[in-house]
Design a protein around this ligand. Structure first.
Ligand code: GMT
Length: 375
């Protein structure tokens, strides 16, 4: 197939899923065309089946708000016409689903029908999408998509609850490439971070308020009182400065390292004993899945789709959002006993294998065929 993929080209979860999916589809022999405003973060190599079409928005002084959606729709018209695409797969509803709808209407004037698949990732529904500013457009463009997928049952249910949706939404969970995300021998790195054999806790995110990064530091401050440990905070964003200040205020800053944005997440996860994800809302929790693939158990909130990934008492524990004491207590429970920790690590990997790319990729391929045939 010739597949167009529209996504945010950043380190955000939806962009990562879209890019990894595109790469895997290209490996399977499909021709994949990324259409976005920057080279996707994980698309940093050459492959005969992968193409990147940049969307550039002219910076006319009249535009206080450059019309990206229109530039994207125009670029899509071009790419679909001249590359003869079979299907367009847009990731994150805003503004990709509505830009795809506009492109589809324009393409009809050339006698071309392009099937559009929209994948809902999370905040496009739970935070941004249900905002009144966007709600009518999001509702309309989901209903006008030829196929709709969501990354968890919970997100699917939220979408039906918040919007008037007539379409079937198929759940296709996030996936992980186990050839990349697996335990690597990084003893030298472990020794540098934790020279006395301290346990290592890790959090990765974009440090937005929805991630509750201050909770991570508070949890750690309780854990470190009982278990010699270190905390690695990976990523960057609005909340980081607050979080750094909190670690100073709580007197744990010597044991916390803020590493900023990192490419080789799998190497950091390879030295970790526990992953912390106390999010306010999380449609799936891709970062937790990547940790589990590297044999790292997860202490998370029970928000959104997290219970569909993290199995309470098996791959880690889930507590109510904001229950810092409960999360710290469960973290200590896992870390204080070596045999128990080893069991949780094995369980985390076993669970991650259920979400291996090789299991999920055919579901997307079959869905494309189903959608194309129904149009
Ligand atoms: O929250 C992020 O880190 C980014 C966001 C996005 O859309 O780029 O992630 C969402 O999509 C991921 C991939 O499907 C999911 O694994 C995340 O759970 C989801 N984030 C939220 O729902 C907050």
């Amino acid at each position: 197939m010739k597949i167009g993929i529209v996504c945010y080209p950043t380190f955000g979860g939806s962009g990562v899923v879209a890019t990894e999916l595109g790469k895997a589809l290209a490996d399977r022999g499909h021709q994949v065309h990324f259409v976005t405003y920057n080279q996707p973060a994980r698309l940093d190599f050459f492959s005969a089946n992968l193409f990147y079409h940049e969307v550039s928005v002219s910076n006319y002084p009249l535009f206080d708000y450059p019309p990206y959606e229109l530039a994207l729709a125009s670029r899509l018209v071009d790419v679909v016409r001249f590359e003869k695409l079979d299907v367009l797969h847009v990731h994150y509803a805003i503004p990709h689903a509505s830009a795809a709808f506009m492109a589809k209407q324009i393409l009809l004037t050339y006698g071309i029908y392009i099937p559009v698949v929209t994948t809902l990732h999370g905040t496009d529904i739970t935070l941004v999408g249900k905002d009144r500013t966007f709600k009518p457009v999001v509702t309309f463009s989901i209903n006008k998509s030829d196929g709709v997928t969501a990354v968890s049952e919970h997100l699917r249910n939220d979408t039906y609850e918040f919007f008037e949706i007539e379409k079937d939404i198929k759940v296709i969970p996030n996936f992980v490439d186990l050839t990349r995300f697996s335990l690597k021998a990084k003893d030298h790195f472990k020794k540098a971070i934790a020279p006395e054999g301290e346990k290592i806790l890790v959090h990765t995110s974009n440090f937005r308020s929805v991630k509750r990064t201050n909770d991570v530091v508070e949890i750690f401050a309780k854990v470190v009182k009982q278990i010699p440990s270190k905390l690695l905070m990976v990523g960057d964003g609005k909340e980081r400065a607050d979080c750094e200040q909190l670690s100073r205020d709580l007197g744990v800053s010597d044991n916390v390292r803020f590493l900023g944005k990192q490419d080789a997440i799998e190497e950091i996860l390879s030295v970790a004993d526990l992953f912390i994800m106390p999010s306010q809302s999380e449609s799936f929790g891709l970062a937790a899945l990547e940790a589990m693939a590297c044999k790292v158990p997860v202490i998370s909130s029970n928000a959104g789709g997290l219970p569909e990934l993290n199995v309470d008492g098996v791959t880690g524990f889930l507590k109510n959002v904001g229950d810092v004491d409960g999360m710290a207590e469960r973290a200590i429970y896992i870390l204080e006993d070596e045999a128990r920790l080893a069991q949780f690590k094995d369980n985390a990997l076993a669970r991650a294998k259920e979400f291996d790319l090789t299991n999920i990729l055919p579901i997307y391929e079959n869905f494309y065929v189903e959608v194309i045939e129904s149009c």
